[in-house]
Design a protein around this ligand. Structure first.
Ligand code: CTP
Ligand code: MG
Length: 223
Protein backbone atom coordinates (compact mmCIF):
# COMPACT_ATOMS: atom_id res chain seq x y z
CA UNK A 1 0.00 0.00 0.00
CA UNK A 2 1.24 3.48 -0.88
CA UNK A 3 2.15 6.36 1.42
CA UNK A 4 0.76 9.87 1.01
CA UNK A 5 1.90 12.98 2.86
CA UNK A 6 -0.55 15.78 3.64
CA UNK A 7 1.65 18.84 4.07
CA UNK A 8 -0.38 21.54 5.77
CA UNK A 9 0.89 24.97 4.79
CA UNK A 10 -2.28 27.07 4.83
CA UNK A 11 -1.68 28.99 8.06
CA UNK A 12 -0.93 32.70 8.10
CA UNK A 13 2.00 32.61 10.51
CA UNK A 14 0.74 35.29 12.87
CA UNK A 15 3.43 34.64 15.47
CA UNK A 16 6.24 34.78 12.91
CA UNK A 17 5.10 38.25 11.82
CA UNK A 18 6.53 37.92 8.30
CA UNK A 19 5.23 39.71 5.21
CA UNK A 20 3.91 36.46 3.70
CA UNK A 21 2.30 33.26 5.05
CA UNK A 22 4.83 31.21 7.06
CA UNK A 23 5.32 28.40 4.53
CA UNK A 24 6.46 30.97 1.95
CA UNK A 25 9.14 32.52 4.15
CA UNK A 26 12.69 31.68 3.06
CA UNK A 27 15.45 30.13 5.10
CA UNK A 28 18.86 29.42 3.53
CA UNK A 29 17.48 30.50 0.15
CA UNK A 30 14.40 28.28 0.02
CA UNK A 31 10.89 28.52 1.42
CA UNK A 32 9.86 26.40 4.39
CA UNK A 33 7.48 24.66 1.96
CA UNK A 34 10.33 23.65 -0.38
CA UNK A 35 12.44 22.34 2.51
CA UNK A 36 9.51 20.28 3.76
CA UNK A 37 8.65 18.88 0.32
CA UNK A 38 12.29 17.89 -0.27
CA UNK A 39 12.49 15.96 3.01
CA UNK A 40 9.12 14.29 2.52
CA UNK A 41 10.24 12.99 -0.88
CA UNK A 42 13.55 11.77 0.62
CA UNK A 43 11.48 9.37 2.73
CA UNK A 44 11.58 5.91 1.20
CA UNK A 45 7.89 5.27 0.51
CA UNK A 46 6.34 8.66 -0.31
CA UNK A 47 4.28 8.35 -3.49
CA UNK A 48 2.18 11.53 -3.26
CA UNK A 49 2.42 14.85 -1.42
CA UNK A 50 -0.68 16.97 -1.04
CA UNK A 51 0.35 20.55 -0.33
CA UNK A 52 -2.46 22.40 1.44
CA UNK A 53 -1.84 26.10 0.78
CA UNK A 54 -3.66 29.36 1.52
CA UNK A 55 -6.26 30.04 -1.20
CA UNK A 56 -4.30 33.21 -2.01
CA UNK A 57 -1.10 31.22 -2.66
CA UNK A 58 -2.18 28.24 -4.78
CA UNK A 59 -0.25 29.39 -7.84
CA UNK A 60 2.87 30.20 -5.83
CA UNK A 61 2.72 26.82 -4.06
CA UNK A 62 2.37 25.06 -7.41
CA UNK A 63 5.33 26.97 -8.82
CA UNK A 64 7.53 26.05 -5.85
CA UNK A 65 6.50 22.39 -6.05
CA UNK A 66 7.09 22.28 -9.80
CA UNK A 67 10.80 22.94 -9.17
CA UNK A 68 11.09 19.51 -7.52
CA UNK A 69 12.07 16.55 -9.73
CA UNK A 70 8.98 14.71 -8.48
CA UNK A 71 6.58 17.60 -9.14
CA UNK A 72 4.24 15.17 -10.91
CA UNK A 73 3.57 13.52 -7.54
CA UNK A 74 2.54 16.81 -5.89
CA UNK A 75 -1.09 17.95 -5.63
CA UNK A 76 -1.89 21.47 -4.43
CA UNK A 77 -5.22 22.27 -2.77
CA UNK A 78 -6.61 25.20 -0.77
CA UNK A 79 -6.78 24.97 3.03
CA UNK A 80 -9.35 26.23 5.50
CA UNK A 81 -9.61 28.62 8.42
CA UNK A 82 -8.49 26.03 11.00
CA UNK A 83 -5.71 23.47 10.71
CA UNK A 84 -8.25 20.64 11.01
CA UNK A 85 -10.09 21.97 7.92
CA UNK A 86 -6.80 22.12 6.02
CA UNK A 87 -6.03 18.48 6.84
CA UNK A 88 -9.53 17.48 5.72
CA UNK A 89 -8.99 19.27 2.39
CA UNK A 90 -5.74 17.32 1.99
CA UNK A 91 -7.46 14.03 2.75
CA UNK A 92 -9.97 14.66 -0.02
CA UNK A 93 -7.16 15.01 -2.57
CA UNK A 94 -5.31 11.75 -1.84
CA UNK A 95 -5.04 9.24 -4.67
CA UNK A 96 -7.15 6.08 -4.32
CA UNK A 97 -4.12 3.81 -3.87
CA UNK A 98 -2.85 5.59 -0.74
CA UNK A 99 -3.30 3.40 2.35
CA UNK A 100 -0.98 5.11 4.84
CA UNK A 101 -1.17 8.86 5.45
CA UNK A 102 1.36 11.12 7.13
CA UNK A 103 0.04 14.49 8.25
CA UNK A 104 2.88 16.99 8.51
CA UNK A 105 3.26 20.69 9.31
CA UNK A 106 5.18 22.58 6.61
CA UNK A 107 6.37 24.69 9.55
CA UNK A 108 8.38 21.63 10.77
CA UNK A 109 10.37 21.95 7.59
CA UNK A 110 13.56 20.27 8.86
CA UNK A 111 11.93 17.01 10.03
CA UNK A 112 14.28 14.41 8.52
CA UNK A 113 13.33 11.62 6.12
CA UNK A 114 14.38 9.01 8.68
CA UNK A 115 11.60 10.20 10.98
CA UNK A 116 9.02 9.71 8.21
CA UNK A 117 10.43 6.22 7.58
CA UNK A 118 10.24 5.27 11.27
CA UNK A 119 6.57 6.27 11.48
CA UNK A 120 5.62 4.44 8.29
CA UNK A 121 7.40 1.33 9.55
CA UNK A 122 5.38 1.41 12.78
CA UNK A 123 2.10 1.66 10.84
CA UNK A 124 3.19 -1.19 8.58
CA UNK A 125 3.82 -3.37 11.64
CA UNK A 126 0.19 -2.96 12.68
CA UNK A 127 -0.31 0.34 14.52
CA UNK A 128 -3.18 2.49 13.20
CA UNK A 129 -1.86 5.77 14.63
CA UNK A 130 1.76 6.67 15.40
CA UNK A 131 3.14 10.05 16.46
CA UNK A 132 6.66 11.32 17.30
CA UNK A 133 7.26 12.67 20.78
CA UNK A 134 10.11 14.08 22.85
CA UNK A 135 10.57 14.02 26.61
CA UNK A 136 9.78 17.45 28.08
CA UNK A 137 12.57 19.40 29.77
CA UNK A 138 10.35 21.74 31.78
CA UNK A 139 7.97 20.81 34.56
CA UNK A 140 4.46 21.20 33.12
CA UNK A 141 1.63 22.47 35.31
CA UNK A 142 -2.07 22.45 34.59
CA UNK A 143 -3.66 25.77 35.63
CA UNK A 144 -7.19 27.15 35.84
CA UNK A 145 -8.50 30.34 34.21
CA UNK A 146 -7.16 32.49 37.06
CA UNK A 147 -3.66 31.03 36.72
CA UNK A 148 -3.79 28.89 39.85
CA UNK A 149 -2.16 25.50 39.63
CA UNK A 150 -4.59 22.61 39.41
CA UNK A 151 -2.12 19.77 39.01
CA UNK A 152 1.50 18.88 38.27
CA UNK A 153 1.57 15.73 36.15
CA UNK A 154 4.63 13.51 36.58
CA UNK A 155 7.03 14.82 33.94
CA UNK A 156 8.28 11.35 33.05
CA UNK A 157 4.82 10.51 31.69
CA UNK A 158 4.68 13.56 29.37
CA UNK A 159 5.79 13.91 25.74
CA UNK A 160 5.93 16.96 23.46
CA UNK A 161 4.28 15.77 20.26
CA UNK A 162 5.53 16.65 16.78
CA UNK A 163 4.63 15.86 13.18
CA UNK A 164 4.66 13.93 10.87
CA UNK A 165 1.84 11.89 12.41
CA UNK A 166 1.13 8.59 10.67
CA UNK A 167 -2.20 6.82 10.28
CA UNK A 168 -3.89 4.13 8.31
CA UNK A 169 -6.05 6.06 5.89
CA UNK A 170 -9.37 4.71 7.13
CA UNK A 171 -8.63 5.67 10.75
CA UNK A 172 -7.66 9.22 9.80
CA UNK A 173 -10.72 9.56 7.56
CA UNK A 174 -13.00 8.30 10.35
CA UNK A 175 -11.40 10.74 12.81
CA UNK A 176 -12.01 13.67 10.48
CA UNK A 177 -15.57 12.57 9.72
CA UNK A 178 -16.41 13.55 13.33
CA UNK A 179 -16.15 17.22 12.30
CA UNK A 180 -14.46 18.13 15.60
CA UNK A 181 -11.42 20.46 15.65
CA UNK A 182 -8.12 19.81 17.42
CA UNK A 183 -4.54 21.07 17.31
CA UNK A 184 -3.31 17.69 16.12
CA UNK A 185 -4.79 14.74 14.28
CA UNK A 186 -3.91 12.20 16.94
CA UNK A 187 -6.35 13.95 19.30
CA UNK A 188 -9.20 13.23 16.87
CA UNK A 189 -8.14 9.60 16.61
CA UNK A 190 -7.98 9.34 20.43
CA UNK A 191 -11.60 10.49 20.57
CA UNK A 192 -12.57 7.44 18.50
CA UNK A 193 -11.02 5.22 21.15
CA UNK A 194 -8.23 4.13 18.82
CA UNK A 195 -4.82 3.60 20.47
CA UNK A 196 -2.14 6.09 19.47
CA UNK A 197 1.50 4.99 19.77
CA UNK A 198 4.24 7.53 20.56
CA UNK A 199 7.68 6.77 19.10
CA UNK A 200 10.91 8.76 19.48
CA UNK A 201 10.68 12.16 17.83
CA UNK A 202 13.56 14.22 16.47
CA UNK A 203 14.91 17.61 17.62
CA UNK A 204 15.03 18.62 13.95
CA UNK A 205 11.25 18.29 13.73
CA UNK A 206 10.79 21.47 15.82
CA UNK A 207 8.10 23.84 14.58
CA UNK A 208 9.08 27.22 13.18
CA UNK A 209 6.68 29.42 15.14
CA UNK A 210 8.55 32.61 16.12
CA UNK A 211 11.40 34.64 14.58
CA UNK A 212 13.78 32.89 17.02
CA UNK A 213 12.77 29.52 15.53
CA UNK A 214 13.49 30.86 12.06
CA UNK A 215 17.00 31.87 13.20
CA UNK A 216 17.48 28.37 14.60
CA UNK A 217 16.53 26.83 11.24
CA UNK A 218 18.89 29.22 9.45
CA UNK A 219 21.75 28.23 11.80
CA UNK A 220 21.10 24.50 11.30
CA UNK A 221 21.19 24.94 7.52
CA UNK A 222 24.52 26.74 7.85
CA UNK A 223 23.25 30.26 7.22
N1 CTP B 1 -2.13 25.37 9.12
C1 CTP B 1 -2.98 25.16 8.04
N2 CTP B 1 -4.22 25.73 8.03
C2 CTP B 1 -4.63 26.52 9.05
C3 CTP B 1 -3.77 26.74 10.16
C4 CTP B 1 -2.52 26.14 10.17
O1 CTP B 1 -2.60 24.45 7.09
N3 CTP B 1 -5.83 27.08 8.98
C5 CTP B 1 -0.77 24.77 9.10
C6 CTP B 1 0.33 25.82 9.13
O2 CTP B 1 0.58 26.28 7.80
C7 CTP B 1 1.48 25.08 9.76
C8 CTP B 1 0.80 24.03 10.64
O3 CTP B 1 -0.58 24.01 10.28
O4 CTP B 1 2.32 24.44 8.81
C9 CTP B 1 0.97 24.33 12.12
O5 CTP B 1 0.29 25.53 12.46
P1 CTP B 1 0.97 26.81 13.11
O6 CTP B 1 2.39 26.55 13.43
O7 CTP B 1 0.05 27.32 14.16
O8 CTP B 1 1.01 27.82 11.84
P2 CTP B 1 0.16 29.14 11.63
O9 CTP B 1 -1.26 28.90 12.04
O10 CTP B 1 0.42 29.59 10.25
O11 CTP B 1 0.89 30.15 12.62
P3 CTP B 1 0.19 31.10 13.73
O12 CTP B 1 -0.62 30.18 14.63
O13 CTP B 1 1.34 31.77 14.42
O14 CTP B 1 -0.68 32.06 12.97
MG1 MG C 1 -1.74 28.43 14.09
Amino acid sequence: THVGVILVAAGSGTRLRAAQPKAFVRVAGHTLLEHAVARAFEAADTTQIVVVAPASHLVEAGALASAHPRAADVTVVAGGAERTHSVAAGLAALHDDIGVVLVHDAARCLAPAGLFDRLVEAVRTGHDAVVPGLAVADTIKQVDASGQVVATPDRSTLRAIQTPQAFTRHVLADAHASGVEATDDAALVERLGTTVLVVDGDELAFKVTTPTDLERAERILGG
